[in-house]
Design a protein. Structure first.
Ligand code: B12
Lengths: 240, 210
């Protein structure tokens, strides 16, 4: 990952190299146990991964910004510059935060256009597998971006907490409008639909707390808290 | 070794399955019997999926094999046999939601199982469902949605179907990542399905196919 640019005063991260391994991809297909995967399907996934490498289907880019916390109560956090983020999940997750970092990640529209293309060409298996690869790519990207932000924060003597996303219980999806204004979303080409979903679809928005000592959770702990934990086929963790 | 069509499809052996179909067609066998065996194979795939032996990609793969077999058999069917479908289903992702891959999988599996699927796409307004039910005379409606806000859209869509006087004419199934019995009750749907095979099973039950 290269150094972030301070274009329009809000930083952007480009040149994120996403090295996807087959295990991550399979988990996003509901195929947690590699042994059970048919060789034909594995071959097809490898083929799609090679196609991705040889094309510009993945264009990962992230926009982010830090905000100083002025105050918080049970249901919201007030930031410097009179910006407010609503949702009880935030103060409950990082009450000790001195700052918040807001980040928006996308792999761009290329992959989902290719998925639509496969669907229209009556190749649903390729469509499903490539869509899963896209989800795995976003997951990987989120991890990389969080590592990058952790490094940046640690150079200032701070730690970063686990992130929360609008749409999680206690952090309404309606906060998406608020959130996208806090980063340079135009620069990375992410827009909202009327219901607050992001286009390109393969995008994630998140907020993490920054401070001298921040709590982090394992993916298994995050999964355990989700309402879908018993039925979800797409856990990104073996223990979860 | 006697490799029959049913088990070749069940084992997702594409090459062998297609070879058997070609051989049987060349031998002048009734194309409807071939299709029947192919459907039996697909049923076993469904059972293996239900018991976690197979996964979504395997299911979709079986659908692709079925499509290829149908293409081979089609020219041998009479016009009436060719167009005979098990039932019409209006399907779409409800207003406000743009998730499509789950919906596409269910629509595809319904299609290969002999249903005529009218896929309205994503972010479909209630009235569009109403219009298409009227226009097509479909007896089943499938609503897909992954977001919490989709529950309200599902409820509104079912209400719109009721307001148009069509509720008694159609059975409504819903599905998507978060859907449960509680949400089925909230929306007023007739049933919910956790996955594509559940959708196929419901459609078969409602149209009287075993
Ligand atoms: C993969 C995934 C992602 C990926 C890809 C998303 C995409 N659209 O491509 C990424 C990582 C990008 C992502 C992002 C986000 N996601 Co997301 N995501 C998921 C996840 C894990 C799987 C969804 C999926 O694509 N499944 C793939 C399909 C093939 O599988 P399936 O759901 O099992 O489909 C089957 C069944 O549902 C069924 N079915 C489907 N429709 C129907 C219809 C009928 C009639 C029947 C019978 C059956 C049926 O059959 C299908 C085939 O067997 C779900 C959680 C889950 N377990 O469902 C969350 C989930 C949908 N996401 C969620 C959220 C919050 C988000 C974000 C808003 C987070 C954020 N702030 O960034 C963003 C929004 C993205 C955007 N564009 O705006 C929430 C939504 C909650 C809510 N409040 O509404 C969920 C439920 C996770 C959670 N536990 O909170 N997400």
């Amino acid at each position: 990952m290269t150094e972030s640019e301070r274009g329009c005063n809000m930083p952007i991260i480009r040149d994120i190299s996403l090295n996807l391994n087959i295990r991550d991809v399979l988990r996003r297909q509901g195929l947690g146990e590699v042994v059970k995967v048919r060789p034909e399907i594995k071959v097809l996934i490898q083929e799609l991964l090679t196609d991705i490498k040889n094309s510009c289907m993945l264009e990962p880019v992230a926009a982010y910004e830090y905000y100083t916390v002025r105050s918080m109560n049970d249901s919201q956090i007030l930031l410097k510059g009179n910006k407010v983020i609503h949702g009880p999940l935030l103060p409950a997750t990082f009450p000790e935060a001195k700052e918040l970092v807001v980040a928006l990640c996308t792999i761009g529209p290329g992959l989902e256009e290719q998925v639509t293309d496969y669907t229209n060409r009556n190749e649903p298996l390729r469509a499903v597998l490539l869509d899963g690869i896209g989800s795995a790519a976003v997951d990987k990207m989120v991890i990389d971006v969080l590592k990058y932000l952790a490094r940046e924060s640690s150079s200032r003597g701070y730690e970063i907490s686990s992130p929360v996303n609008p749409g999680m219980h206690g952090f309404p999806l309606t906060e998406q409008w608020n959130l996208l204004k806090l980063v340079n979303s135009d620069e990375i080409g992410v827009k909202l639909t009327s219901s607050g979903l992001m286009v390109p679809r393969k995008s994630v928005s998140m907020i993490a707390g920054i401070g001298p000592e921040m709590k982090r959770w394992t993916q298994a702990e995050i999964c355990a808290r989700c309402k879908l934990s018993k039925t979800c086929h797409y856990k990104v963790t073996e223990q979860g | 070794m006697n490799k029959d069509l049913v088990s070749m499809i069940a084992d997702l052996n594409e090459q062998e399955a297609l070879k058997i179909v070609k051989d049987r067609l060349n031998a002048g066998e009734d194309p409807l019997r071939i299709m029947e065996d192919a459907r039996k194979g697909l049923e076993i795939v469904g059972e293996r999926f239900a018991s976690n032996e197979y996964f979504i990609p395997d299911l979709v793969y079986s659908g692709e094999i079925m499509k290829l077999i149908t293409e081979l058999v089609k020219p041998k069917l009479t016009r009436e046999e060719e167009t005979r479908k098990s039932g019409k289903i209006v399907f779409g992702t409800v207003k406000g939601d743009i998730h499509d891959i789950g919906k596409n999988i269910v629509a595809f599996m319904l299609d290969v199982n002999g249903f005529e699927v009218i896929d309205l796409g994503v972010d479909v307004p209630e009235q569009k469902f109403v219009e298409k039910i009227k226009e097509s005379g479909a007896s089943i409606v499938g609503l897909s949605g992954f977001l919490t806000l989709a529950f309200d859209s599902m409820k509104q869509t079912i209400k719109a179907i009721e307001d148009a006087g069509l509720r008694d004419r159609v059975k409504v199934m819903i599905g998507g990542g978060q859907i449960s019995e509680e949400i089925r009750k909230y929306t007023g749907a007739d049933a919910y399905g956790r996955d594509a095979m559940a959708g196929v099973t419901l459609a078969k039950k409602w149209t009287g196919i075993n």
